[in-house]
Each structure stands twice: as C-alpha cells, then as structure tokens.
Design a protein around this ligand. Structure first.
Ligand code: MN
Length: 480
C-alpha cells in the first residue's frame, strides 16, 4: 500500500516531577515510594483555614530549565486555580500557572537518526502541583487514594505542534529526560512517573496549512509507548479521513498490550476550569540579578558536552552521543581524560567493557577510581597487555579487588613479551620455515603477513606484543 498523502502533527505536554525535599506549597516530604498517606499534613489535605507557602526551590529548578532551553523568563508571575472535582484533589482546584507561565518560548535540539538536527520550539513551561494518586484495587469494588503525591512540584513543558512522527516525539522525550537529569532537577525515572507525557496528535493533507482536529493521548510514562501511541493514532486518523469520515476531538488512552488507543471522554472546554488567580499566594517578582546567579550555577548540558567531546577530545560524533547519554558517564569520561591522553581509547573502554559490566549488573554508576582505570588503559596502550586479556581477565579483577592493574597483570601472567630479540628470533624461524609464503608475499600477496603473524603469535603462546610482532614480520619480509 502506498503511503497516504497525510502529514502527522504532534505537540507534547510533559509533566516533570521535581527533585525537592518538600512539596511545592507545604513542608511535607516529596518522596516516592513511602507508605501511602504518610506525607500528608494539613495543607496537603486542604484542611479549612490552612494557607499555602511557596517553595522557592521549585522556581530555581524552573528557571534552570528555562535558561537551558533559551526561554524567556517571566519576571512577574502568579499562581492560578484550575477548578475541577476529583477525589485525588482535596482542595477542589489545582494550583498552576495559567496566564503567567514561568518560561515562554525556547527550544530543544534533536539529532535525528540520519544525523540531521532539528530545533523543537517550546510554547511554555509552567509550575504546578501534582494531584494524589487514585488506586483502583484489583478484585475489589473499591478505590483508594494516596495523597503523598498531592502537592508534589511539577513543571509542565508544552511544545508547539511541530513534531511529525512517533519517532520524533520519542526522541524529543528522551532529550527532555536527559536535560532534566543533567540539570539535576528531576530523576527522569519514567517507571515511577517522574516524567509523564500527553501527546496531541492530528493529521492533515500534505501541503495544508490548517491543522486537523486533534486528539489528546493522556498520561504515558514510557518513551516507547509515546512512540507507538503517536504512530497508531496518526494511522487511525488517516484511515478515517481517507474513508471520508471525520476525526472527533477527544481524549484517548493508550493500551500498551493492544498497542491501540481508546476513547476516554470528549474534550472538555477550556473554560470549564474557570481559572482565576489564587488569592492566598503573593505574586512572584523576579530580579535580573537573581536570574543571573542561577545562570552562573548552571552545570554543563549534554549538547555542550557533546560538542566539547568532539572538538576538545577529538571523539567521533557517535562516541560523543553515547558518552553524553547519562550525566554520570559524561562526568566519568571527563575525569578519566584528566588521567590519560588516549581519549579515544578511554571512550572505547567506557562504551565497551565498562558499559557491558554496568548493563550486566544493572548499575547506574561506575565506581572504579578513574586513576585505576587510566592505569589499566595505559597497560594496553603501552603494549604490555593485549586488549583482549585486559578486558576479559584484568578488568573484572580491577573491579573486584583493590590491587594495582600492573600487579594483577603479573599475578594472572598477562604481560606480553615485548623482548624485541625474542620476537625477532621467532619471526626469523617462521620466515625460514615458509619460503614459499615469502615468495608469494613478494609477488604481491600482502595477506601473507597475517598468516605469518598467526604462526609467530602461536609460537609466542599468544603473549607477544602484536604490534611489535607485526612490525618485525614486515621488516624481515622486506629484508629477505
Ligand atoms: Mn498539567
């Protein structure tokens, strides 16, 4: 079937749960996984007469994200009440920012699979409180509510409708996740709901300037689900239009196992929420000086580090991408580069043996001191230990013990023979025994070198420095 002449248009709303000790308007702990309804003081539970008190830490986090995205920071902000009834919302309204979002505009860059880059423009970022969590108890005709999450600080980041596929949406979300982790404002843990995403999806005929009717897919907490849900929804809508039907504006939910979206409810009119400024909170007035202080305390961002790894350390773009996937890995690489000049080898070690070890044991940090790692890499670079022996035998011991890499190499008998005389002796022997091969070499069959190399290494019991042996073979061949 040929692809239909429809374009997919996606806008994302990402809810980012902030890393703070306390909630946004009370001193109750902001902590995931506690016993239900233990972090619930009178403000969280909306007891009559209680007043919210704003946690400035939330504003700092928001401004940090805004600076990272190049957004305009609002100097004057108020909190608004978004009124609706739901059991997980004790006050009967959510405190959010309607007219004065903390950040306006800005953008986040993506590098697409084909290497092309795209800037995704943001509409706004605003601060708000999370609601509690309703739990529909399985097998029982009852629901329970955990208010621990009520009042947990959130940033809601809203893009313009500028993404064009499930893949782009997924890529954007992973970029946001990386960014908030590097900024240290969110743990990015999607399984625990620290990042949740709503997607507005519509399709329109190619070349059209009028956006189609949009459908909102609610509350996805996995990057893969976002990708699949967007793609499913786009093809569902395209099919409806192709058959002459009409797309209905509605809210849908994505069912992971079916890989499909299902209708939840018709889209509420925005006015239903009857937003108005909260009279209990004083407006926030920001100063340029305060914003500049935050600007000065900004950590290096993934795209800046990526650039630095390419230009300063001469890494290929691929390596730079992999190493800046996590803050810990990027920091480790930089620490390692302070100890060793072989930057590309350092990168190979991190992307290879270190990463597989971490995956195997599901580690998020790698705690071998960089100096020890550097000493190991140097043994390989200096030809004292082969890469294979170093990665398969020495490295596991390096992680397990506190021994010096050189001592481990001696103990495990991994040191390569770098005795030039001994190598030369073996090479002479081999060349003497294979006169026909030497002739073939001189008649142009350069592949003979690796055959002779294998023979020499075998006689050296696999412990010769391969570089020295190779050099020696070529020298002797050319002399003969
Ligand atoms: Mn929201």
């Amino acid at each position: 079937m040929s692809s239909p002449p429809y374009v997919t248009v996606v806008g994302l709303e990402v809810h980012i749960q902030l890393l703070t000790h306390a909630k946004i308007f009370s001193g109750d702990a902001n902590r995931y996984g506690d016993t239900p309804n233990t972090n619930v003081g009178v403000i969280t539970l909306a007891h009559p007469g209680t007043l919210p008190k704003f946690n400035r830490r939330v504003l700092e986090h928001a401004v940090r994200l805004g600076i990272a995205c190049g957004s305009e920071i609002s100097m004057h902000q108020v909190f608004d009440r978004k009124n609706y009834f739901y059991p997980d919302l004790p006050k009967g309204y959510q405190l959010t920012q309607d007219k004065t979002p903390v950040c306006r505009g800005g953008q986040i860059g993506l590098v697409l699979k084909d290497g092309a880059s795209r800037m995704i423009s943001l509409h706004k970022i605003h601060m708000e409180e999370d609601a509690g969590k309703s739990m529909h108890l399985e097998g029982r005709n009852e629901s329970a509510v955990d208010y621990n999450r009520a009042g947990v600080p959130l940033l809601e980041l809203v893009t313009h409708p500028v993404l064009h596929s499930g893949e782009e949406a997924a890529l954007f979300l992973s970029e946001v996740r990386k960014l908030v982790q590097f900024l240290g404002i969110c743990d990015g843990n999607m399984e625990e709901g620290s990042l949740r995403c709503d997607a507005n999806v519509s399709v329109m005929p190619e070349g059209s300037r009028v956006l189609g009717k949009k459908v909102e897919i609610k509350n996805m907490n996995s990057i893969r689900h976002v990708q699949r849900a967007v793609d499913y929804e786009a093809s569902r809508q395209t099919e409806i239009l192709q058959q002459g039907g009409e797309v209905i504006s509605e809210t849908r939910t994505y069912h992971e196992e079916h890989g499909k979206t299902y209708s939840m409810r018709m889209k509420e009119d925005l006015n239903d929420y009857r937003y108005f400024p909260d009279p209990d909170l004083t407006p926030l007035e920001l100063t340029k000086d305060w914003i500049n202080e935050i600007r000065k305390s900004m950590p290096a961002l993934p795209n800046q580090l990526r650039e630095k790894f390419i230009t300063e350390y001469g890494l290929p773009a691929y390596d730079a991408d992999v190493l800046t996937e996590s803050k810990e890995m990027a920091a480790y690489f930089e620490a390692l580069c302070k100890e060793i000049r072989h930057y590309k080898s350092a990168s190979n070690w991190l992307m290879g043996p270190v990463k597989s070890l971490m995956n195997e044991h599901q580690l998020t940090t790698f705690d071998v001191p960089p100096a020890r790692m550097a000493a190991l890499i140097s043994l390989v670079e200096e030809g004292k230990v082969s890469f294979t022996a170093a990665s398969q035998k020495l490295f596991p011991e390096l992680v397990r013990t506190e021994e010096l890499p050189m001592d481990i190499a001696v103990r495990l008998d991994l040191l390569q023979n770098r005795d030039r005389d001994a190598i030369e002796q073996l090479v002479k022997e081999v060349i003497h025994e294979f006169p026909l091969k030497v002739e073939e070499y001189h008649s142009g069959k350069k592949g003979i070198v690796s055959m002779l190399m294998g023979e020499v290494m075998k006689r050296g019991k696999g412990k010769l420095d391969p570089r020295l042996a190779n050099e020696c073979i070529i020298r002797k061949l050319n002399e003969s």
